[in-house]
Design a protein around this ligand. Structure first.
Ligand SMILES: Nc1ncnc2c1ncn2[C@@H]1O[C@H](COP(=O)(O)OP(=O)(O)O)[C@@H](O)[C@H]1O
Ligand SMILES: [Mg+2]
Length: 240
C-alpha cells in the first residue's frame, strides 16, 4: 500500500503551502459552555462593528461554510457519538479546515472582522479535556485545519453550569443537541476546562463573567475589543 502511494505522482494538495501572509483583518472567537451567551454576544459585537462601518463576517462552528455545514448535522445530531471522541475530533477538524479555507481566511485577507461562535478551543475542551483525546492529536489536527489562522482574541464566557443549562433550556428552538444533553457534571467539567484554557493562554484568551445581563456582557466585550484590537491597530498606524 505504502509503495503504491509513493509511486504516485505527488498531488498539488500534498505539497505544503508556504505560511499564509499575516492576516490583515481581525479574528475573534467566542467560547464557553452551553447557554453562556456566545451566539448573543457574537451578534451584539458584529452589529456594533458594522454600525461603525467595519466589514464583519459572523460565523459559527461546527459549520460556517457549505462543506462544514454538511458535517455539522452529523456532529450535532449525535450520529458521530458512537464513533468515539477521536473520530468526532477528526470530523470537527475536517469541518474546520473547510470553514477556515472557504470562509475565515478569505475574509481576513480582505481585511474583515471575523467573529466566530466556537473555534479550536471547543475541540480542545470537549474532545481533549473531556473526551480524553490525546493532546498531541488535537494539536496535529489544529496544524492541518487551522495553521496560522488562529484568533487574535478569544473571549471565554464563564457561567456556572446550572445557569447556562437553564438559559439553554429556556431558549426557544429545537431540543437539546448532542452536547447540550450531557449531564450537569459534564457541564461543570466543561466550565473548569474552559477556565484553565483561558489561564494558560492569557495573550489570546480573556475570561469574561457571563452572569451579567446581555448588555453588561456586551459592554465588557466591547471594551476588550477596543483595547486589544482597535487601539492596537490605530497605534500601528493601520485601520485594522
Ligand atoms: N447575559 C445574559 N443574561 C441572561 N440571558 C441571556 C444572556 N445572554 C444570553 N441570554 C439568553 O440565554 C439563552 C442562551 O444564550 P445563547 O447566546 O444562545 O448562548 P450560547 O450560544 O452560548 O449557547 C438565549 O435565550 C439568550 O437570549
Ligand atoms: Mg449558541
Amino acid at each position: 500500500m505504502a509503495l503504491t502511494l509513493r509511486s504516485r505522482k505527488p498531488r498539488a494538495a500534498a505539497v505544503p503551502k508556504p505560511a499564509a501572509p499575516a492576516a490583515r483583518g481581525r479574528f475573534i472567537s467566542f467560547e464557553g459552555g452551553e447557554g453562556a451567551g456566545k451566539s448573543t454576544q457574537v451578534r451584539r459585537l458584529g452589529e456594533k462593528l458594522r454600525s461603525l462601518g467595519f466589514d464583519v463576517v459572523m460565523t459559527r462552528e461546527p459549520g460556517g461554510s457549505p462543506g462544514a455545514e454538511a458535517v455539522r448535522h452529523v456532529l450535532l445530531s449525535g450520529a458521530a457519538k458512537p464513533l468515539g471522541p477521536v473520530t468526532e475530533a477528526m470530523l470537527f477538524a475536517a469541518a474546520r479546515a473547510d470553514h477556515v479555507g472557504a470562509t475565515i481566511r478569505p475574509a481576513l485577507e480582505r481585511g474583515a472582522f471575523v467573529i466566530c461562535d466556537r473555534f479550536v478551543d471547543s475541540t480542545r475542551v470537549y474532545q481533549g479535556a473531556l473526551g480524553n483525546v490525546d493532546p498531541r492529536l488535537i494539536r496535529a489536527l489544529e496544524r492541518v485545519a487551522v495553521g496560522p489562522t488562529m484568533p487574535d482574541l478569544t473571549i471565554v464566557l464563564d457561567l456556572p453550569a446550572e445557569e447556562g443549562l437553564r438559559r439553554a433550556s429556556a431558549r426557544s428552538g429545537a431540543g437539546a443537541d448532542r452536547f447540550e444533553s450531557e449531564d450537569v457534571t459534564f457541564h461543570r467539567h466543561l466550565r473548569d476546562a474552559f477556565r484553565e484554557l483561558a489561564e494558560r493562554e492569557p495573550e489570546r484568551c480573556v475570561l469574561v463573567d457571563a452572569a451579567a445581563d446581555a448588555d453588561g456582557v456586551a459592554d465588557t466585550v466591547w471594551r476588550l475589543v477596543e483595547t486589544r484590537l482597535l487601539q492596537e491597530a490605530a497605534a500601528r498606524g493601520g485601520g485594522g
